[in-house]
Design a binder for this molecule. Structure first.
Ligand code: TYM
Length: 345
């Protein structure tokens, strides 16, 4: 088996409005992992269409996520950046894995329940099988590590269960073909740091999300300095001053969220943040928060805009990334077909 010891895969949906949760929960981790791992970063357009997307906007959003990746510091030459639909192996392996995964497993996925809401019967079949496609994304490259925000934890657990069941169901065939018994490695989620679950600025108990109808709930990566300042100024807080220790954040979800955001942006811990700001009022802290957020996000949004002026360049990056992704995926897909007993070229 030629798979390297470790390989990172992760994806972001091109559904518009990349926000601070995406940036702190995922993209900053993507950037850091480039130092130590071979990385594939995927704009998961097939996931996006589980909910209807305007085709023109989808094209724009695929390019914008790509541009944001690069502007944030992802190197598309040293690593691989591509859009999912360009590598047809994702869809093929998703089908195979949908025959391995059990209905009961997918029925337990809380994100489907949240997204489908009361209109479950009306949700697309794709939305239901979405976590199965996620498993295919990861296993198609035998990725070992997957940086994600907290909200994807359950999906990652499902990916591990699917990999395990495949390895067990086909253990004899895997051995007969002389492949490693861990045919699909069980991918490890990387959910670390002070901002693995960034919450809404208006309600510290609900997640910051692209789909929240109110733009005041989130800091978008493309927001200008004035909007960032206004949104933090208006962010909900409680009347108490900031505590000096982490224990004091208990039952104060809004305070905990803002402290976590500050810590992640400034590259310090929550404890260090509270040492500096504990005892003070939120107004001063919010100014400091705006300062670090603008310092981090302004160069990225400027660079993203610049890159978006040359869509042909972005398309060339995606096309080149897809070719390199395919080269990794093809032998793994071929082995998968062989192991199952599907005649293949
Ligand atoms: P998506 O596009 O919703 O989000 C992209 C990444 O951002 C993280 N994230 C957050 N982190 C912290 N706080 C938040 N409020 C927040 N909101 C989003 C997500 O956890 C994610 O890491 N299903 C995935 C995309 C995907 C994928 C994959 C990920 C498809 N295939 C394979 C890993 C591996 C999703 O919808 O992410």
């Amino acid at each position: 088996m030629t798979a390297p010891k470790s390989r990172v895969f992760s994806g972001v949906q091109p559904t518009g409005n990349l926000h601070l949760g995406n940036y702190l929960g995922a993209i900053t981790k993507f950037v850091a992992l480039q130092e130590s791992h071979e990385c594939l970063y995927c704009v998961v357009d097939l996931h996006a269409i589980t909910v209807w997307q305007d085709p023109k906007e989808l094209e724009h959003n695929i390019r914008e996520v790509t541009a944001a990746f690069i502007a944030s510091g992802i190197d598309p030459e040293a690593h691989i950046v591509f859009n999912q639909s360009r590598v047809s192996g994702h869809a093929e392996l998703a089908w195979v894995l949908s025959c391995v995964a059990r209905m009961g497993w997918l029925n337990r996925m809380t994100q489907f329940k949240e997204k489908a809401g009361k209109h479950r019967e009306n949700a697309s079949v794709g939305l239901f099988t979405y976590p199965n496609l996620m498993a295919a994304d990861i296993l198609l490259y035998r990725a070992t590590h997957v940086p994600v925000g907290e909200d994807q934890k359950q999906h990652l657990e499902l990916s591990r269960d699917i990999a395990q069941k495949f390895n067990t169901d086909f253990a004899d065939s895997i051995a007969e073909h002389g492949f490693d018994e861990t045919f699909f490695p069980l991918p490890e989620p990387l959910i670390t740091g002070p901002a693995t679950r960034v919450m809404s600025l208006r309600d510290g108990t609900s997640k910051m999300s692209k789909s929240d109808p109110s733009d005041m709930t989130r800091i978008n990566m493309m927001d200008d300095a004035d909007s960032i300042a206004k949104k933090f100024r208006k962010a909900r807080t409680d009347p108490e001053p900031l505590p000096s220790e982490e224990a004091g954040l208990k039952d104060r979800p809004e305070a905990e969220n803002l402290v976590g955001i500050y810590a992640a942006l400034a590259g310090v811990t929550k404890a260090e943040t509270l040492k500096e700001f504990g005892g003070g009022q939120f107004s001063g802290f919010k100014e400091a928060l705006t300062g670090v957020a603008v310092e981090k996000l302004a160069p990225i949004s400027n660079e993203t805009k610049k890159l978006m002026d040359d869509p042909a360049h972005i398309d060339a990056i995606l096309s080149d990334g897809a070719a390199r992704a395919r080269a990794i995926a093809e032998p793994i897909l071929r082995q998968t077909r062989q192991v199952i007993g599907l005649l293949t070229d």
